[in-house]
Design a protein around this ligand. Sequence first.
Ligand SMILES: [Zn+2]
Length: 292
Amino acid sequence: MEKFTLQQFRAAYPNDDACLDKIFQLRYNNLVCPKCEGVKPFTRVKNRRSYQCPGCGFQLYPTEGTVFEKTTTPLSLWFAAIYLQTTTRNGVSAKEFERQFDICYKTALRMAHQIKKLMANKTYEPLTGIVEIDETYVGGKMKNKHKSVRKAAHDKGTSHTDNKIGVMGFVSRGGDIKMEVMNDLKTFKERLKLNVNKDAIVITDSHNSYTGLNKTYKQHEVVNHTEGEYVRDIYHTNTVEGLWSQLKRTIKGTHIQVSQKHLQKYVDEVAFRYLHRKEQDTMFETVLSHVV
Ligand SMILES: [Zn+2]
């Protein structure tokens, strides 16, 4: 797997001007001047974050309408933050940005959240094929309890989830991923309906909220965790459970309590990293392309 190395990054983006050039390129590739219809390349305006048409003097500000528009943080720091966020296994905490870049925590946290937003998966097509489905709960007190206690609560489907926030995950094998913070009162089945196409083969554990899915979906396979069954042939929920471990490591890595309000951003970040796990060399570019 090719990597976008620190050396390559530094050579490509040595300063704020190089970063601005990149944003300009991404937004206005093959630009025709909207005012005079000239095709000569725009040139950079000194001491401004803008470029102008050599024919008529019309100016464009490439950061306008992007997350970089109102920031006083140098573009080179933003780029470095995106670099770190896309090249580390579990992401970088706001605390780490604060330390590394010598900026205040509030700015660092804003940056971290904005970058997570840029990473968010923007597709909303219902999943097809073989789809693993599972739910997990993060935060709160349950994590301190023994595994058997948590498992019993899960299997009973009871509300031993004090202070915990539920997340439901859908993974199409070899395809897309959706993870959704359960911050409203929709049932599991209602969430399934929104995220998974009827022609899918769905795999779940034996939680009773999933009973009867065979009526809606092409096929429903249940992996019975209560009876110690974890893999039967191709039927298991290991992929989605792998995402839960990744989500929990990501949250732990931030060293702060993630609130319900922000959890979806962490969830999206984990999904992004998983989806692009074989594209380490272009992950940085992908996130940048979401800026424009
Ligand atoms: Zn012009």
